[in-house]
Design a protein around this ligand. Sequence first.
Ligand code: ASP
Length: 199
Amino acid sequence: MSEQLTVLGTGGTISTLPGADGAIPRMTADELASSLGVDRIRSKDVFTRSSREIGPAEAWILASAIEDEIRGGATGVIVTHGTDTIEETAYALALLVDARIPIVLTGAMRSPHMPGADGSANLRAAACTASCAEVADYGPVVVLHDEIHLASLVTKTHGVSVAAFTSPAAGPVGRIVENEPLLLLGPPRRKALLSRRGG
Ligand code: ASP
């Protein structure tokens, strides 16, 4: 099966551009996807906002957008997201989406115009993680700072560091080494999905 990645944009620091009132989420999923230079990649803006404005209702919409991509033949989905609530969205997706393909959430601690901006490296790490079929067995994962974290364990433990994300109970399940995901721990037992009747 040939690879078909999709970038779903939701906003956050990874998509900011400087404006009169500071950095605001303005880059499209298409701009983010194009920066990867990958041949077969689709993109869609689901939201363009700070992740403080993303809660359960938005996670539900995002879950449907991911399922549309799966039905459309995606082999991996990358979700770009603000870091303030990325762990909540990842956990919600783990309970809502029957992931048969890698679903990888990523973001950035620094805006693209700041020195040492981490967004493009995180996006690239997310893309190579989404290209690894084995990652599907882990459910949705969060990739930042070259680490792969389980949705059920990851948490933001620092306000500004590019190494803000950790999984205190067990550590990351994998790392990105020279553009390849290295899975260090086996996949977790899958949890039952929440019923989405009525959605
Ligand atoms: N306030 C931003 C957000 O969560 C912070 C970030 O993306 O890092 O959307």
